[in-house]
Structure formats: C-alpha cells, structure tokens
Design a protein around this ligand. Structure first.
Ligand code: 13P
Ligand code: ZN
Length: 276
C-alpha cells in the first residue's frame, strides 16, 4: 500500500496550507480546509476497514443538519486548534482523514489527528457547504476558510452589500470579473463554529463559490485546491488594491463596458443584473 505521505492529494494539501500561512491568511489556528477524497485515492493508501477512532460529529453540540448526502464519504480535513504553520512539518498530527458514518452523527478516523485531535470546529459549515456546492456542481471537492488581511480590512470600510462588494472588487483588477463572474456572497458578523453560520454559508454557497464572513474571513469552494486557493487569492489581491486606493482621489476606473468586453472575450456568465 502506498504511503499516504507520498500521495499527491496530501502533498498538495500540505503545500496549500503552507502557502496560505505564508500569505498571512492563517494566523495561529485561523482557517480550515476540507477536501472530499475520491474512493480510489483513499483505497490506494489506507485500509478502509481499519478505524482508528470514532469521533462524534459535533462534540458538545447536537447535530442539527442533515449530513445524509455525505454518508460514507471521506474527507481530508484540518484539525481544530491546529496551526497552518505546522501542517507541512507534521501532517499526521494537524490533519485527519475522516469518513462520515452511517448514523450521520459521527466520523470514522482513518488516519491522522495522532495527538487525539478532531476536525475543525467549522466542520458543520464545511459539510453543509460541500452539500450545497455538490448540488449545483458535482465536481466540487474543496471548501476552504481563512482570514485574509485585506479582505477583512475591506469589511470595516465598505458596505456589506453583495453587489457593491463584488463590483468594487471587480474594478480593482482587470481579470477579477473573469475569475469570479458569479460574484461573492456576504454574511453579516455571526458567531462562528455554529450550525447557524453553517446553514447561512451553505445557503449562499448554492449561488456563490465565495462567501465573506464579515469581520472574520472568507469561504471558498472549488473543484480542486488550486482553483479554490486561486479564487481567494484573487479576491484578496483586489481587496488589497481597494485598501490602497479607496481613500485617494480616483482618476481612472475599469468601467462596466470594459468588464462586459472581458466577459464576452472569456465567454463567462456574469451574475445577472451586475453589469449595466
Ligand atoms: P479551527 O481551529 O476550529 O479550525 O477554527 C479556526 C477558525 O478559523 C474558526 O473560524
Ligand atoms: Zn475563522
């Protein structure tokens, strides 16, 4: 059997977490990632009959969302309280491979969390987001949450209106409208780690691949780690330019007309009603 530490998915996951840390998106234990694994990826490097531990899905909180669509599915996921800084150096402590059990209330730990750890406290939000994304895009495999600096900064000085937020980001870099033409969902400040924020995020995820948690961070979803990382990276770059320019006299802008030309050139579907 292949060593999981040599598997492509684990290596990519660790490098992604490391890049996120280096970009300043994941201070301390900030942020979390979950990757839906393919059955053959799991079987190649793990004995699926060997359960190391059974982990209650929510610990102290009752499970009050329906995880049925994910029963039997395996996820590689970051641990709660674990630092992204340490993922690359010690993956088997900071990450785990878990499988959703038949009862829908607990997880089989197949690998990792070697110091007794458990999945991120945002596991409900991740699972609900996976379900929502899979319902509109069967290829979706990644949910990623982090605290990118400029995106957060922008939450303090920009209205939390979804259309205004997306359009102001689109105006900051020519290719933004091509990278996330579907816009960006925005939630008001809410208590993290709860089923409520999970449900609200998943509701937005039916419409958007990106959801801002005001004054907290961002969620992204995509078919692989690179795509999801790239979405957040593009938003963060645009937010940085916004923060560098918003309070200065403005002489130039990217017009709606220019964005329409980009959308036509790249053949992407822009959110209805966003470009005049
Ligand atoms: P965890 O350490 O539980 O993953 O939480 C980090 C975080 O960013 C919460 O929103
Ligand atoms: Zn967070």
């Amino acid at each position: 059997m292949k060593d999981i530490l040599e598997s492509k998915f684990l290596k990519e996951f660790c490098l992604t977490a490391d890049n996120m840390y280096r970009l300043g998106w994941d201070e301390r234990n900030g942020g979390n990632i979950s990757l839906l694994l393919k059955d053959d990826e799991v079987k190649e490097c793990l004995d699926v009959n060997k359960v190391k531990r059974v982990i209650p899905l929510m610990g102290v909180h009752a499970v009050d969302f329906d995880i049925t669509p994910l029963i039997g599915k395996c996820f590689l996921v970051t641990g709660t309280g674990k630092y992204f800084k340490n993922v690359l150096r010690e993956p088997s402590v900071n990450l785990g491979v878990v499988r959703i059990r038949e009862d829908g209330k607990s997880l089989d730990l197949l690998w990792g969390f070697e110091d007794g750890g458990r999945p991120t406290s945002e596991f409900p939000a991740h699972m609900m987001s996976h379900i929502a994304r899979l319902s509109v895009d069967p290829e979706n495999r990644v949910v990623m949450h982090c605290h990118p600096t400029y995106t957060l900064a922008m939450n303090f000085v920009h209205p939390l209106d979804e259309k205004l937020f997306a359009k102001d980001l689109w105006r900051m870099c020519t290719e933004c409208v091509v990278v996330f033409p579907d816009g960006i969902g925005v939630l008001p400040w809410m208590l993290c780690g709860t089923t409520e924020i999970g449900k609200a995020t998943a509701e937005k995820m039916k419409e958007y691949r990106l959801v801002v948690w005001a004054m907290h961070g961002i969620y992204g979803a995509g078919k692989d780690l690179d795509e999801t990382f790239g979405l957040i990276e593009t938003v963060e770059k645009a937010a940085q330019i916004y923060m560098l320019t918003f309070d200065k006299p403005q002489c130039n802008t990217i017009t709606d007309e220019a964005m329409k030309q980009l959308v036509d050139l790249f053949g992407v579907k822009v959110k209805d009603g966003y470009l005049d």
